[in-house]
Design a protein around this ligand. Structure first.
Ligand code: NAD
Length: 250
């Protein structure tokens, strides 16, 4: 019925994303073999129940993610993490996996296919605008009021793609942060309202007009589906993986 191997999945974090991932994983014929949340005993990381899983999907909180992912990799389970706001930990873990300690680690600030296509479109737009200094770039993101980090992980990835094409810009800053507002820094304006699943835009403004590229997620379902597809990929491949690897295989 399904043209992929049925997996035993551990869910680390059982909030808005964890619950949706469970639904989609079941629809795709997988088993949720273990659920871990902030109330679980630390011994869960050395349990047989965890070791029997093919892959763990981690959507928790910025301050918990590194500890969780490190212990999951040490338990020999492939790891997919979508938790945002722990960039330095992501690099440390990627190095750990790359430097031959084994394991499989797949992190993405955004697992939606549409957002990853939008990243590529934004990179191409920025490459085009590079020579036109009368246009000033700006990123805006809107999310629900429960979101803990700002700017969003997706906005940071978007900024990195724009910066890769704009040699006049050396970094980004959160727009409210006046101290860091410099002309060679890309502003990111973060807005928190209602239950918005995620809106991101990059715009280039001149005195005469504005050119914008915008992505709006209708729900969190696209993120959850991408995370399950990433789990199917990570369970089959060792090493460090990104959405670019996954999209190349779709
Ligand atoms: P949420 O607050 O609804 O759920 C978080 C869950 O983590 C809760 O169930 C909580 O019990 C659990 N948790 C907290 N500390 C823990 C710990 N130490 N160990 C295990 N579990 C723990 O949050 P959410 O909306 O599900 O988002 C979770 C994360 O995913 C956030 O960082 C968010 O930014 C990110 N996110 C990423 C994507 C993506 O595509 N990469 C999409 C949406 C959200």
């Amino acid at each position: 019925m399904h043209n992929h191997k049925a997996l035993r999945i551990a869910l680390i974090g059982y909030g808005r994303m964890g619950k949706l991932i469970e639904q989609i994983a079941l629809e795709r014929g997988h088993t949720i073999a273990l659920i871990v949340d902030e109330h679980s005993s630390p011994e869960v990381f050395s349990s047989e129940a965890l070791r029997s899983c093919d892959v763990a999907i981690e959507f928790t909180r910025p301050e918990a993610a590194e500890h969780n992912c490190q212990h999951l990799i040490q338990a020999g389970v492939a790891v997919v993490s979508g938790t945002t706001g722990w960039a330095e930990g992501v690099s440390r873990l990627s190095n750990m996996v790359q430097q031959g300690q084994g394991g499989s680690f797949f992190w993405a600030s955004n697992f939606s296919l549409g957002v990853n296509l939008f990243f590529e479109a934004a990179r191409r737009l920025s490459s085009l605008m590079h020579s036109y200094s009368t246009y000033t770039p700006k990123i805006q993101e809107v999310h629900h009021i429960h979101k803990l980090d700002a700017p969003s992980g997706t906005a940071i990835t978007l900024a990195e793609r724009v910066l890769s094409e704009q040699s006049a810009l050396v970094g980004w800053h959160l727009q409210s942060d006046e101290a860091q507002s410099a002309p060679d820094s890309l502003p990111i304006h973060a807005i928190r309202e209602g239950e918005v699943a995620g809106i991101h835009s990059i715009s280039y403004r001149s005195a005469e007009d504005v050119i914008s590229l915008r992505h709006e997620a209708f729900s969190r379902r696209g993120f959850a589906l991408g995370a399950v597809l990433a789990a199917e990929y990570a369970a089959q491949h060792s090493g460090v993986h990104t959405m670019q690897d996954l999209i190349a295989k779709l």
